[in-house]
Design a protein around this ligand. Sequence first.
Ligand SMILES: O=C(O)CCC(=O)C(=O)O
Ligand SMILES: [Fe+2]
Length: 259
Amino acid sequence: MDLSKYKIEGSNQVYYIPEFLTRDEEIYLIRKIQESPRQSWKELANRRLQLWGGQLTSKNILMPQPLPSFATTYPDIIPRLQSTGVFSASAHQAPNHIIMNEYLPGQGIMPHQDGPAYHPVVATISLGSHTVFHYYRYKNLDEGPELVSSTNGRIIDTTPSLSVLLEPRSVVITTGEYYETRLHGIQETKEDNFIATDGMIAPRLAGLDVEIANWKLLGSNEVKDDVLNGGTLERSVRYSLTCRDVENVANLRTLLARK
Ligand SMILES: O=C(O)CCC(=O)C(=O)O
Ligand SMILES: [Fe+2]
């Protein structure tokens, strides 16, 4: 697959592919998720999630479990992600782990980094609803006194450095410094309002007043019209599949050594 045409302008290491899954595949996956037993969910304070492919130990070793057939076979998400080439240098040349997050309207995820357990590539598939995904950078120590928020003692610049509108069925692939040195997050809002431009320059997200960096790559004409004409998109329930390759996987030898 020629990924270069999906590169988001202004990023050089983030790719956006609309319609990565078909509508039928999306409907099937959402049905499988909604049919899953209550105990397969992990409840967090402000959202819930499932782990597909196993749990990580405190030392970042994956205790592997088979991925469900609705990730490997129908739809064949794993081979499809492999065909993009972004996992060709990872330990298993394929994602072996998926975090499936559920977001109700008004739910989001605080700016964070994904950490060292994974090969530094993440593919995030959206189902059911759009969202707006922001990348943030840390401030340099010499940049201004307005200390707004921090993690690990470092100050996060609260103005996103890149903002991407994720349509249902799309995948966004984060690599390079966007994985290794930036943070990412989703704001807790029930709707997204856009500021129209003349169609020659990027439309903007109201409130934060940042550009929608992937506006030229959007797949749905309805979404594109809304975004370009200063419309509003209401969020509905979104399921996201965060697909990564965990480098260290437990085998019999590592299991015995743990004792
Ligand atoms: O749901 C998303 O789009 C992002 C999820 C995420 O960042 C994570 O699970 O680490
Ligand atoms: Fe993340």
